[in-house]
Ligand binder design. Structure first.
Ligand code: HEC
Length: 107
C-alpha cells in the first residue's frame, strides 16, 4: 500500500492532464439530436478524442470536412491510436456530430 502516498497528488495530475489536452467541443443536446447518437456515446467519443487523437494533432478544425471524410480517416487513425472498436465507433460519431454542429446555418 506504499503507492497510496501519492494519492493526495491525484487532483494535481488530473488538472495537468486537462491542460495538456487541447479543448474539444462539448457535447450539446443539439449534437445528440442531429447525430441520433446518445449523449453517453458522444461523451465517450469526446474523451477518446481528447486522450487519443489530440496527443499527436493538437486541435482539429471542424467545418472543412464532412462525414465521409471522417469515416475514411478515423479507421486509419484508430490504428495509430490503438483504439478498441467501440471507442473507434464513438470517436467517429463524435467527430461527425461536431461536424454537423459546425455546419449548422450553412444549409
Ligand atoms: C501516433 C500519432 C497519431 C495519432 C494517435 C492520431 N493521428 Fe491522425 N495523423 C497522424 C499522422 C502522422 C498523420 C499524417 C500522415 C497519415 O495520414 O498517416 C495524421 C493524419 C490525420 C488526419 C489528416 C488525414 C488526411 O489524409 O488528410 C486527420 C483528420 C487525423 N489524422 C485525425 C486523427 C484522429 C481523429 C485521431 C484519433 C482517433 C488521430 N488522428 C490519431 C498521427 C496520429
Amino acid at each position: 500500500m506504499k503507492n497510496l502516498r501519492f494519492l493526495p497528488l491525484l487532483p494535481l495530475f488530473l488538472v495537468l492532464a486537462q491542460c495538456a489536452t487541447s479543448p474539444a467541443p462539448e457535447v450539446t443536446p443539439s449534437m445528440v439530436k442531429k447525430s441520433s447518437v446518445s449523449a453517453e456515446r458522444l461523451e465517450n467519443g469526446r474523451q477518446v478524442y481528447r486522450t487519443s487523437c489530440v496527443n499527436c494533432h493538437g486541435r482539429a478544425t471542424f467545418g472543412h470536412s464532412d462525414a465521409a471524410y471522417w469515416t475514411a480517416v478515423v479507421p486509419h487513425m484508430a490504428d495509430k491510436a490503438d483504439l478498441l472498436p467501440a471507442d473507434q465507433a464513438d470517436v467517429l460519431n463524435y467527430l461527425i456530430a461536431c461536424q454537423l454542429e459546425a455546419d449548422r446555418g450553412k444549409d
